[in-house]
Design a protein around this ligand. Structure first.
Ligand code: AR6
Length: 255
């Protein structure tokens, strides 16, 4: 098997998938759709990103946890360029591709991704399914389907959005993967308001990481729009505080 096999449908998807599985990280590189891919170690941890941002939060919702601040990242750019164990796709129920980030992922991975997706049948809203990443620098794609929201989201739409993240993380652990990048699920074509989505995402990731931090290296929030970057820069310090905040300082020693 050689790289041409990843561009043609002649062999189907299963054989190229097992071929890719057998390669080392270095060997996989020559099959990537792009040369300007980004390695995990080049993606700053939140503890580094936060240093460049002004102001500390007086009443964060959660305690400062140094370890968690090394496991979460805010990255702005194209998710298809990230060399991580898995990227998450904001798909639709058919899993057969579409516009937005879904279109970008299918184009970058190549037609074998769509062929494998066809065998998965459908995916319910809030659930997730995993495939190979084919020509992506990411080894796997986790496809999830967010809720469609028009106007203020209902509690059940918020629960579905939370479930997208949790179902994706379940698959991450099940497949023993250690790094994952999420796009801003549902906030594009599906209309979920960006600020409200960020609160759901941050609470979900913080609580999940508290339980599972030893099993993963990095959860990356991959934003594409400047607007989302601004929202996360403002909200992340409430969920992942970095500075020593007076409200959590130990106080004076006992007499
Ligand atoms: N990398 C990272 N994020 C991106 C990229 C990219 N290359 N391209 C767009 N985004 P959307 P949804 C951001 O609409 O709202 C599709 O047709 C984008 O700026 O892709 O869940 C599916 O097939 C936004 O912040 O997903 C479904 O039918 C975020 O990705 C429907 O859209 C999500 O926007 C799903 O809609």
């Amino acid at each position: 098997l050689h790289s041409a096999c990843l561009c043609s449908r002649d062999l189907g998807w299963a054989e190229p998938k097992s071929f890719l599985k057998g390669l080392s990280d270095k060997q996989r590189e020559e099959h990537y759709f792009c040369k300007d891919f980004i390695k995990l170690k080049k993606i700053p941890m939140w503890k580094e990103t936060a240093k460049g941002l002004a102001g500390k939060v007086e009443n964060p919702k959660y305690k400062k946890d140094k370890q968690l601040n090394e496991k979460i990242s805010l990255f702005r750019g194209d998710i298809t360029k990230l060399e991580v164990d898995a990227i998450v796709n904001a798909a639709n129920n058919s899993l057969l591709g579409g516009g937005g980030v879904d279109g970008c992922i299918h184009r970058a991975a190549g037609s074998l991704l769509t062929d494998e997706c066809r065998t998965l049948q459908n995916c319910e809203t809030g659930k997730a399914k995993i495939t190979c990443g084919y020509r992506l620098p990411a080894k796997h794609v986790i496809h999830t389907v967010g809720p469609i929201a028009v106007g203020q989201p209902t509690a059940s739409q918020a629960a579905e959005l939370r479930s997208c993240y949790l179902s994706s993380l379940d698959l991450l652990l099940e497949h023993r993967l250690r790094s994952v990048a999420f796009p801003c699920i549902s906030t594009g074509v599906f209309g979920y308001p960006n600020e409200e989505a960020a609160e759901v995402v941050l609470a979900t990731l913080r609580e999940w990481l508290e339980q599972h931090k030893d099993k993963v290296d990095r959860l990356i929030i991959c934003v594409f729009l400047e607007k989302d970057e601004g929202i996360y820069q403002e909200r992340l310090p409430h969920y992942f505080p970095v500075g020593m905040c007076s409200c959590f300082s130990p106080g004076p020693p006992p007499p």
